[in-house]
Ligand binder design. Structure first.
Ligand code: NI
Length: 228
Protein backbone atom coordinates (compact mmCIF):
# COMPACT_ATOMS: atom_id res chain seq x y z
CA UNK A 1 0.00 0.00 0.00
CA UNK A 2 1.60 3.22 -1.22
CA UNK A 3 -0.10 6.34 0.10
CA UNK A 4 0.57 9.85 -1.16
CA UNK A 5 0.38 12.33 1.73
CA UNK A 6 0.05 15.83 0.21
CA UNK A 7 1.28 19.06 1.82
CA UNK A 8 3.05 17.65 4.85
CA UNK A 9 5.14 20.82 4.80
CA UNK A 10 4.00 24.26 3.66
CA UNK A 11 6.05 25.99 0.95
CA UNK A 12 7.47 28.30 3.66
CA UNK A 13 8.63 25.28 5.65
CA UNK A 14 10.17 23.72 2.53
CA UNK A 15 12.07 26.95 1.84
CA UNK A 16 13.24 27.08 5.45
CA UNK A 17 14.53 23.49 5.25
CA UNK A 18 16.30 24.25 1.99
CA UNK A 19 17.97 27.36 3.44
CA UNK A 20 19.23 25.47 6.51
CA UNK A 21 20.48 22.58 4.37
CA UNK A 22 22.27 24.93 1.98
CA UNK A 23 24.67 25.96 4.77
CA UNK A 24 25.06 22.46 6.30
CA UNK A 25 27.88 19.97 5.75
CA UNK A 26 26.87 16.82 3.91
CA UNK A 27 28.56 13.44 4.33
CA UNK A 28 28.56 10.09 2.51
CA UNK A 29 25.12 8.45 2.91
CA UNK A 30 26.63 5.07 3.75
CA UNK A 31 26.89 6.17 7.43
CA UNK A 32 23.38 4.81 8.10
CA UNK A 33 23.34 1.94 5.59
CA UNK A 34 23.34 -1.77 6.41
CA UNK A 35 25.90 -4.13 4.86
CA UNK A 36 23.98 -4.92 1.64
CA UNK A 37 22.58 -1.45 1.07
CA UNK A 38 26.00 0.19 1.62
CA UNK A 39 27.17 -1.53 -1.54
CA UNK A 40 24.46 0.09 -3.69
CA UNK A 41 24.03 3.46 -1.94
CA UNK A 42 25.52 6.53 -3.57
CA UNK A 43 24.19 9.74 -2.04
CA UNK A 44 24.84 12.35 0.64
CA UNK A 45 23.25 12.80 4.06
CA UNK A 46 23.12 15.39 6.80
CA UNK A 47 24.93 13.93 9.85
CA UNK A 48 22.09 13.31 12.32
CA UNK A 49 23.71 14.83 15.41
CA UNK A 50 24.26 18.31 13.91
CA UNK A 51 22.11 21.24 15.09
CA UNK A 52 20.80 21.72 11.55
CA UNK A 53 19.66 18.09 11.21
CA UNK A 54 18.06 18.14 14.66
CA UNK A 55 16.13 21.34 14.00
CA UNK A 56 14.80 20.09 10.69
CA UNK A 57 14.03 16.65 12.09
CA UNK A 58 11.87 18.23 14.78
CA UNK A 59 10.16 20.45 12.23
CA UNK A 60 9.17 17.36 10.20
CA UNK A 61 7.99 15.47 13.32
CA UNK A 62 5.75 18.41 14.29
CA UNK A 63 4.29 18.51 10.78
CA UNK A 64 3.56 14.76 10.86
CA UNK A 65 1.77 14.99 14.19
CA UNK A 66 -0.75 17.45 12.75
CA UNK A 67 -1.40 15.54 9.53
CA UNK A 68 -4.56 13.36 9.81
CA UNK A 69 -3.83 11.35 6.64
CA UNK A 70 -0.37 10.32 7.93
CA UNK A 71 -1.92 9.35 11.28
CA UNK A 72 -4.65 7.30 9.60
CA UNK A 73 -2.42 5.54 7.04
CA UNK A 74 0.48 4.77 9.41
CA UNK A 75 -1.04 4.61 12.93
CA UNK A 76 2.38 5.54 14.35
CA UNK A 77 3.71 4.10 17.59
CA UNK A 78 7.33 5.32 17.32
CA UNK A 79 8.82 7.51 14.61
CA UNK A 80 12.56 7.35 13.93
CA UNK A 81 13.80 10.97 13.82
CA UNK A 82 13.68 12.04 10.15
CA UNK A 83 16.98 12.05 8.22
CA UNK A 84 17.86 14.10 5.13
CA UNK A 85 19.53 13.05 1.91
CA UNK A 86 20.67 14.51 -1.38
CA UNK A 87 21.38 12.98 -4.78
CA UNK A 88 23.43 15.11 -7.18
CA UNK A 89 23.66 14.70 -10.96
CA UNK A 90 27.27 15.73 -10.49
CA UNK A 91 28.39 12.39 -9.03
CA UNK A 92 25.68 10.35 -10.81
CA UNK A 93 24.10 9.51 -7.47
CA UNK A 94 21.51 6.77 -7.04
CA UNK A 95 20.52 4.05 -4.59
CA UNK A 96 20.25 0.50 -5.96
CA UNK A 97 17.62 -2.08 -4.99
CA UNK A 98 17.43 -2.82 -1.26
CA UNK A 99 15.11 -3.42 1.68
CA UNK A 100 15.58 -1.11 4.67
CA UNK A 101 16.98 -2.59 7.90
CA UNK A 102 14.17 -4.19 9.92
CA UNK A 103 15.08 -2.68 13.30
CA UNK A 104 16.86 0.60 14.06
CA UNK A 105 17.94 2.11 17.36
CA UNK A 106 17.31 5.82 17.78
CA UNK A 107 20.81 7.30 18.25
CA UNK A 108 21.62 8.26 21.84
CA UNK A 109 18.74 6.18 23.22
CA UNK A 110 17.87 2.54 23.88
CA UNK A 111 14.65 2.91 21.84
CA UNK A 112 14.35 0.42 19.01
CA UNK A 113 12.05 1.02 16.08
CA UNK A 114 10.75 -1.80 13.90
CA UNK A 115 10.57 -0.25 10.44
CA UNK A 116 6.98 -1.14 9.50
CA UNK A 117 6.52 1.91 7.28
CA UNK A 118 9.10 3.80 5.19
CA UNK A 119 8.49 7.45 4.29
CA UNK A 120 10.05 9.81 1.76
CA UNK A 121 9.22 13.51 2.03
CA UNK A 122 10.24 15.39 -1.12
CA UNK A 123 12.02 18.72 -0.58
CA UNK A 124 12.98 19.47 -4.20
CA UNK A 125 10.39 20.32 -6.77
CA UNK A 126 10.20 17.86 -9.72
CA UNK A 127 11.33 20.54 -12.21
CA UNK A 128 14.65 20.99 -10.34
CA UNK A 129 16.04 17.59 -11.33
CA UNK A 130 15.80 14.72 -13.81
CA UNK A 131 15.80 11.08 -12.71
CA UNK A 132 15.72 10.49 -8.96
CA UNK A 133 12.44 8.57 -8.98
CA UNK A 134 11.74 6.45 -5.93
CA UNK A 135 10.71 3.07 -7.37
CA UNK A 136 8.83 0.77 -5.00
CA UNK A 137 8.03 -2.86 -5.82
CA UNK A 138 4.89 -4.43 -4.49
CA UNK A 139 2.70 -7.39 -5.43
CA UNK A 140 1.05 -5.26 -8.15
CA UNK A 141 4.34 -4.34 -9.86
CA UNK A 142 6.71 -1.40 -9.56
CA UNK A 143 5.66 2.18 -8.90
CA UNK A 144 7.81 5.22 -9.72
CA UNK A 145 7.21 8.15 -7.38
CA UNK A 146 8.27 11.78 -7.80
CA UNK A 147 6.19 14.30 -5.87
CA UNK A 148 5.97 18.08 -5.40
CA UNK A 149 8.17 19.60 -2.68
CA UNK A 150 6.38 19.24 0.66
CA UNK A 151 4.54 16.03 -0.34
CA UNK A 152 5.35 12.59 1.04
CA UNK A 153 4.89 8.94 0.12
CA UNK A 154 4.59 6.13 2.68
CA UNK A 155 5.06 2.46 1.77
CA UNK A 156 5.55 -0.82 3.63
CA UNK A 157 9.04 -1.31 5.05
CA UNK A 158 9.02 -4.80 3.56
CA UNK A 159 9.16 -3.40 0.00
CA UNK A 160 12.18 -3.70 -2.25
CA UNK A 161 12.89 -0.18 -3.54
CA UNK A 162 15.52 1.96 -5.26
CA UNK A 163 16.19 5.54 -6.32
CA UNK A 164 17.08 6.04 -9.98
CA UNK A 165 20.16 8.00 -11.01
CA UNK A 166 19.84 11.79 -10.91
CA UNK A 167 20.94 13.09 -14.32
CA UNK A 168 20.30 16.84 -13.82
CA UNK A 169 20.23 19.03 -10.71
CA UNK A 170 19.87 17.77 -7.13
CA UNK A 171 17.15 15.80 -5.40
CA UNK A 172 16.77 16.61 -1.70
CA UNK A 173 14.44 14.66 0.57
CA UNK A 174 13.73 13.66 4.13
CA UNK A 175 13.31 9.97 4.90
CA UNK A 176 12.47 8.01 8.01
CA UNK A 177 10.78 4.90 9.37
CA UNK A 178 7.84 4.34 11.66
CA UNK A 179 6.86 1.48 13.90
CA UNK A 180 3.10 1.25 13.58
CA UNK A 181 0.67 0.33 16.33
CA UNK A 182 -0.41 -2.30 13.77
CA UNK A 183 2.62 -4.22 12.52
CA UNK A 184 0.67 -6.36 10.06
CA UNK A 185 0.49 -4.60 6.69
CA UNK A 186 -2.86 -6.17 5.69
CA UNK A 187 -4.57 -5.19 8.93
CA UNK A 188 -3.09 -1.70 8.71
CA UNK A 189 -4.38 -1.29 5.13
CA UNK A 190 -7.87 -2.43 6.17
CA UNK A 191 -7.92 0.07 9.06
CA UNK A 192 -6.98 2.83 6.62
CA UNK A 193 -9.73 1.79 4.17
CA UNK A 194 -12.27 1.67 6.98
CA UNK A 195 -11.26 5.10 8.29
CA UNK A 196 -11.44 6.65 4.81
CA UNK A 197 -14.88 5.06 4.25
CA UNK A 198 -16.19 6.45 7.54
CA UNK A 199 -14.89 9.93 6.64
CA UNK A 200 -16.62 9.74 3.21
CA UNK A 201 -19.88 8.47 4.72
CA UNK A 202 -19.79 11.16 7.40
CA UNK A 203 -19.23 13.80 4.70
CA UNK A 204 -22.14 12.58 2.53
CA UNK A 205 -24.62 11.56 5.28
CA UNK A 206 -23.52 13.03 8.62
CA UNK A 207 -26.73 11.91 10.37
CA UNK A 208 -26.55 8.32 9.18
CA UNK A 209 -26.57 5.90 12.17
CA UNK A 210 -23.90 3.77 10.48
CA UNK A 211 -21.38 6.57 11.11
CA UNK A 212 -21.55 5.79 14.83
CA UNK A 213 -21.56 2.01 14.45
CA UNK A 214 -18.68 1.98 11.96
CA UNK A 215 -16.68 4.40 14.13
CA UNK A 216 -17.21 2.04 17.07
CA UNK A 217 -16.10 -0.87 14.92
CA UNK A 218 -12.95 1.06 13.93
CA UNK A 219 -11.97 1.70 17.55
CA UNK A 220 -12.80 -1.81 18.67
CA UNK A 221 -10.66 -3.30 15.89
CA UNK A 222 -7.84 -0.93 16.85
CA UNK A 223 -8.19 -2.09 20.46
CA UNK A 224 -7.91 -5.72 19.28
CA UNK A 225 -4.87 -5.20 17.11
CA UNK A 226 -2.88 -2.24 18.46
CA UNK A 227 0.48 -2.67 20.20
CA UNK A 228 0.88 0.41 22.35
NI1 NI B 1 15.68 2.51 1.54
Amino acid sequence: MLVHIPEVLSQDEVQHCRAVMARADWVDGRITAGHQSAQVKRNLQLPEHTPEARELSELVLRALSRHPLFMSAVLPKTIFPPLFNRYDADGEMNFGAHVDNAVRTIPGTAIRVRTDVSSTLFLSSPDEYDGGELVVEDTYGSHAVKLPAGDMVVYPGTSLHHVTKVTRGSRIASFFWTQSMIGDVTRRAMMFDLDMSIIRLNGDHPEHPSVVSLTSLYHNLLRQWAEV
